[in-house]
Design a protein. Structure first.
Length: 143
């Protein structure tokens, strides 16, 4: 009989090497899937904040002056609820009453009101909210 001598040559990957490669691939794909899901969720949250800011800015633009002190308005738009409040603007500077030593006064003889807008909407775990504020003059409506 003829003896055949087989030399052991590595001609490919063993089963263990293939299993390890598949485990690494599946773990990597799981991490990528979670990252993509988080990115999609963040885009949705950013879109909600953008819509809330646009609503708040439009409410401020609609209140370029106030006709009564301590006014309060509220309402709802889509999933957002909003509230607009006004109160007298402070006439105190950092060093007491505002006067000409603090620099040029932008407005004299006009009652100013702080107008603040809150926009709220439900989040997945808690209510979200933004606040915007400005100062506007107090005016009487023409009769």
């Amino acid at each position: 009989m003829c003896e055949h001598s087989f030399s052991r040559k590595t001609v490919g990957f063993s089963l263990i090497e293939m299993l390890v490669a598949l485990v690494i691939l599946s773990l990597s794909l799981g991490v990528l899937y979670q990252a993509a899901t988080a990115a999609i969720r963040n885009v949705g949250v950013a879109e909600q904040y953008t819509r809330a800011v646009m609503l708040g800015e439009s409410l401020l633009a609609g209140n370029t002056f106030v006709t009564q002190e301590q006014s309060i308005q509220s309402g709802e738009f889509s999933e957002f609820s909003w509230e607009v409040k006004s109160w007298p603007a402070p006439t105190q500077g950092q060093n007491g009453p505002i006067d000409s030593t603090d620099g040029p006064l932008p407005v004299t003889g006009i009652s100013l009101q702080v107008v603040k807008v809150w926009v709220r909407w439900p989040g997945p775990t808690a209510q979200r909210q933004i606040e915007l504020a400005t100062i506007v003059p107090l005016r009487e409506l023409p009769q």
